[in-house]
Design a protein around this ligand. Sequence first.
Ligand code: NAP
Length: 258
Amino acid sequence: MTDAQNTQKTPNVQNAQIALITGANKGIGLETARQLGAAGTTVLVGARSAERGEPAAAALRDEGLAARFVRVDVTDEATIEAAAKLIDAEFGRLDILVNNAGISVPPGPDGWAPPSETPVDAVRENYETNVFGVIAVTNAMLPLLRRSPAARIVNVSSELGSLAGNSDLNSPFAEINLLPYNTSKTALNGVTVAYAKELRDTSIKVNAVTPGYCATDLNGHSGVRTAEQGAAVTVRLAMIGADGPTGAFFGDDGPTPW
Ligand code: NAP
């Protein structure tokens, strides 16, 4: 379906904040959209296909929230540009960007391989979504974010990307040495700091969050937290005030080591 054919109605919420969440058709992204919507934000449910995104947005509307599907495949520049054009035409600005879409490409055939046996292609594929996708979406949305009085960018990272955590052999995640995923989130942390630095003299705040180990499709639902719990820290950073941090890495308990 093209954008022109997309006739779904966005509930008209005067003066509501406008939030785009990538990968919002399921998991932590959907819960983030739900919680931002419940806080009065108009949520743009980013998903790579209408088949996945429309039902998610419709479910949120059934809950009384202001939600609409926006097609965004973070590895496809054309969909990113089309999404930016659509948001510009309909809303004229963007207040919150949540770079949530993420994948975990297995390093080996059984879901595991040490770094020395990990194919470069697996690493590259992971970076296309978790790193380059975030850069592409952020750059396309920044002109819209600059029109907001106080825009917020939240990058959904992971404790598995923490260099401090990965260097600590006593860390609870010490054995999870996944080269494609972990280092993609380390790079995403670097991306977060780089944008925060560029935007430090503006009202735009850029932070990274770790949702904790949540039961979602990403990990075959092995996580010990719910997606709802995982979304809470993203929502908090998406709604921080002018006195809040920028260029920081946050978990549920506050700042967490890079
Ligand atoms: P999930 O249920 O698998 O959801 C991932 C979402 O990303 C889906 O909506 C998926 O869409 C979307 N996505 C993947 N590739 C995309 C692309 N190229 N363009 C647009 N959307 C794309 O996993 P999740 O656990 O909720 O993950 C959300 C974020 O949290 C990820 O960044 C993940 O790394 C991070 N995280 C998760 C955990 C955890 O324990 N679950 C821990 C730390 C960090 P499709 O349905 O089309 O695949």
